[in-house]
Write a protein that binds this ligand. Sequence first.
Ligand code: GTP
Ligand code: MG
Ligand code: ZN
Length: 307
Amino acid sequence: MKGRVVKSTGSWYTVKTDQGLINSRLRGKFKQDDLKLTNPIAVGDYVELEMEAGQASSVINEILPRENYIIRKSTRKTHFSHIIASNIDQAFLMVTISQPRTSLGFIDRFLVSTESFRIPATIVVNKTDLVKKEKELDFLELLHEIYDPIGYPVLEISALNDKDLDLLFNESLRGKTTLISGHSGVGKSTLLNKLVPHATQSTKEISKFSAKGVHTTTFAEMFELEGGGYLIDTPGIKEFGILDIDDFELSHYFVEIRQYLGQCRYNNCQHINEPGCIVLQKLEEGYIHPNRYESYLNILYEEDDRR
Ligand SMILES: Nc1nc2c(ncn2[C@@H]2O[C@H](COP(=O)(O)OP(=O)(O)OP(=O)(O)O)[C@@H](O)[C@H]2O)c(=O)[nH]1
Ligand SMILES: [Mg+2]
Ligand SMILES: [Zn+2]
């Protein structure tokens, strides 16, 4: 039998099949690929499974090849990675300007991971009802300035108060598998509950003390939308550790840098301070946003430190 993993709780997986939802577990010895993963099976995976004799549960024998996935380094086990979800059509990165605050570095790290599979990404700014101070409005403006022109639409919502969220999202969600990711407490589950009528994901106030989320959602879960398509709610992530990539690869995952590749004087240019670097020239001319270039350098130097 074939099916798709819609929920993973560690040792048990809920798999959607023609026969309905089936509780499944992994066969004892399971061959893994080269990736060292904290989760061998991710929500979104298509799997091959087999009913256990005389039981209502099944065993997963095989994972079908993944079309794509969003992966990050595990914060607890540094040599391991964690697949957030697989086989997705688009990603919504939910960000908030305060309570909690999402940094540009975090956004850009996430976008490097979506860009590595060319997964379309949208930046959903939530809790805009709280955006009042001038500094906050400026940051919102900055998000538009940086991301709209390079193909990452910036949507402003209030998952709590907006009445027409389904109208806003229906069109873009229909028939697609969409991942919602972001820090804890930004309102991912709140939005999901609004868009999926039967969903009852827990939501919880952020900590007054730290102004950070309290990690309410603990497992990724995929929900079917009424108009067709799926929405994946995920646990909040603190830091987005990107997988080891080499220096020349990184510039491929910045869309606005990628378009100039091959035009620098030196073909091993890392776009730091080399003469005849077209990227530095475009930065100077204002075609590359300085905040994005800063993220590029930060990730580059971080990778150097690691080595
Ligand atoms: N003011 C305001 N609060 C919101 C909005 N959306 C969500 N919240 C609140 O933010 C808190 C956190 O929301 P959740 O939906 O639990 O956040 P989450 O992203 O799912 O968090 P994790 O599951 O921990 O990753 C809750 O108290 C929500 O009511 C919004 O648009 N405006
Ligand atoms: Mg949640
Ligand atoms: Zn260069």
